[in-house]
Design a protein around this ligand. Structure first.
Ligand SMILES: Cc1cc2nc3c(=O)[nH]c(=O)nc-3n(C[C@H](O)[C@H](O)[C@H](O)COP(=O)(O)OP(=O)(O)OC[C@H]3O[C@@H](n4cnc5c(N)ncnc54)[C@H](O)[C@@H]3O)c2cc1C
Length: 374
C-alpha cells in the first residue's frame, strides 16, 4: 500500500485550492479525481461570478468565506495572470414593493463587511447602465467575474510545482480507518489500488455526502445529505450582448429560491441569462437545458432588461448545486468540519459547497489549513 500524508478527494476548485494551500505543510499529498481531468463538474458549470457577500447570513461560513475569499481571489488572479474583471453589479428593484428588499440586502451586506455598496435611484441606474430599467438598485462595485478554468489550471500548476501528485481517473470507492490512518481504496480503469494517509480532505462536490458516508458517518442524522438543484442558462445573441457591462440581478424571490434569473457578462464579451433554481428528484447528473424555459427566462429578465426578446436568446449550459437538505430555518451553511469528535481525527469533510464556493475557494483552503494536524 502506498503511504502518504494527505489525500484530497476531488479536483474541482475546492480540492485544487486545498491542495495548493496544504502543499506548504507537506511534500506528500495526493489528489484523487475520478474524471479524466480537473474541474469537469460544478466548478466549470457556474456563473464565474466573484461575489461580494451581500446575501449570506451574517456570521455564517458562507458570508465569512465569501468576503475573505473575494479579497484573496482578486489578489491571486493579479499575481498569477488569471483573467478576471471587476465589472460591478446592480440588484434592481422594478416595483415599489421590492424597494424594502434593497434596504434589507444593504443592511445584511454591511453586517457581512462588504465594502463600497450604495443604494442608487433611477437616474444613476440609467447613467451606469442605460439599458437597465429600475426604480432603485443596490450597487456593488467589488463584484466581478473570473475565468474559472484558468484559476483551476494555475492552482493545479502551483500545487504540482510544490510536489503534489494529482491523479485522474481515480475514483475513491471505500475508506477504512485503521488506528490513526485512513486506508483509501481507489478504482482506476479495471484496477483497484489502495493508499494510506493520516489526513483525508473530502472535496467531492456532488458526491461529498456519499464520500463522508464511506467512513461510517450517519449522513442522515448529521444532515449531510445533498439535494441536487439544477441551474440552467440561456445565452443572448452577440449583437445585443454588449449592451450591458455589469452583472444585473433582480431582487431575490424567497419562494422560487436562488438569486433570481440574472444577466452575467463573460470575459469573452458574451452575456448569459440564469441560472434558474430547480430541485431535482434524483442524483442523476443531467446537464441538459430545457428549451421550453426560454419564455420564463425572457419574461423574468425583460422586467429590468427590456431590450431582451425571445428571438435573441439560445440555450446554453447547466450546472447542479450540491445543496444541503433544508433545515428548520431554511438556511444551510457550508459544512467544513474536522471529524475528531465523531472518532475520525484527521478526516475533514467539505459538504454542501454550493454558491459562493468559487469565490470562497481560497478562503476555504486557508480555513482547512487551520484544521490539519500532521
Ligand atoms: C449553476 C451554478 C452557478 C454557480 N455560480 C457561482 C458563482 O457565480 N460564483 C461562485 O462563487 N460560485 C458559484 N457556484 C458554486 C461553485 O460553482 C461551487 O461552489 C464550486 O464549483 C464547488 O467546487 P467543488 O470543488 O466543491 O466541486 P466540483 O467542482 O464538483 O468538484 C468535485 C470533484 O470531486 C470529484 N469526485 C467526486 N467523487 C469522487 C470520488 N469518489 N473519487 C474521486 N473524485 C471524486 C468530482 O469528479 C469533481 O471533479 C455555482 C454553482 C452552480 C451549480
Amino acid at each position: 500500500m502506498y503511504k502518504t500524508d494527505i489525500v484530497i478527494i476531488g479536483a474541482g476548485v475546492i480540492g485544487l485550492a486545498v491542495a495548493n494551500e496544504l502543499s506548504d505543510l507537506s511534500k506528500d499529498i495526493v489528489v484523487l479525481e475520478k474524471n479524466d481531468s480537473f474541474g469537469r463538474e460544478t466548478s466549470s458549470r457556474n456563473s464565474e461570478v466573484i461575489h461580494g457577500g451581500i446575501y449570506y447570513m451574517p456570521g455564517s461560513l458562507k458570508a465569512l468565506m465569501c468576503v475573505r475569499g473575494r479579497e484573496l481571489l482578486y489578489e491571486f488572479c493579479a499575481n498569477n495572470k488569471v483573467p478576471n474583471k471587476k465589472t460591478g453589479k446592480l440588484i434592481v428593484a422594478t416595483e415599489k414593493e421590492e424597494v424594502g428588499s434593497i434596504a434589507s440586502l444593504f443592511s445584511n451586506a454591511r453586517q457581512n463587511g462588504v465594502k463600497g455598496l450604495r443604494i442608487i435611484g433611477r437616474e444613476e441606474i440609467s447613467v451606469m447602465e442605460p439599458e437597465v430599467r429600475g426604480i432603485e438598485a443596490l450597487y456593488s462595485p467589488e463584484t466581478g467575474i473570473v475565468d474559472s478554468h484558468s484559476l483551476m489550471q494555475r492552482l493545479l500548476d502551483r500545487a504540482k510545482a510544490k510536489g503534489v501528485s494529482v491523479v485522474f481517473e481515480s475514483e475513491v470507492t471505500a475508506i477504512r480507518k485503521d488506528k490513526d490512518i485512513y486506508n483509501v481504496t481507489v478504482k482506476g480503469g479495471n484496477e483497484t489500488t489502495a493508499l494510506s494517509a493520516r489526513v483525508v480532505v473530502n472535496c467531492a462536490g456532488l458526491d461529498s455526502d456519499l464520500v463522508a458516508a464511506m467512513t461510517g458517518l450517519d449522513i442522515k442524522e448529521r444532515k449531510y445529505e445533498l439535494q441536487y438543484c439544477k441551474g440552467q442558462y440561456f445565452r443572448l445573441n452577440r449583437k445585443k450582448a454588449g449592451r450591458v457591462k455589469m452583472l444585473v440581478y433582480p431582487v431575490p424571490n424567497p419562494v422560487s429560491g436562488g438569486l433570481g434569473i440574472h444577466a452575467t457578462p463573460d470575459l469573452a464579451g458574451g452575456l448569459r441569462l440564469g441560472p434558474d433554481h430547480e430541485k431535482m428528484k434524483g442524483r442523476i447528473k443531467d446537464y441538459s437545458v430545457d428549451e421550453s424555459r426560454k419564455k420564463d427566462f425572457c419574461a423574468s429578465v425583460s422586467k429590468f432588461l427590456p431590450f431582451i426578446e425571445e428571438r435573441d436568446v439560445f440555450t446554453d449550459t447547466a450546472g447542479i448545486r450540491p445543496e444541503l437538505r433544508d433545515d428548520a430555518n431554511g438556511y444551510r451553511d457550508f459544512i467544513v468540519k474536522e471529524e475528531a469528535p465523531a472518532g475520525l481525527p484527521g478526516f475533514i469533510n467539505m459538504v454542501g459547497i454550493e454558491s459562493p464556493g468559487l469565490t470562497a475557494s481560497l478562503a476555504m483552503a486557508e480555513h482547512v489549513r487551520k484544521l490539519v494536524r500532521l
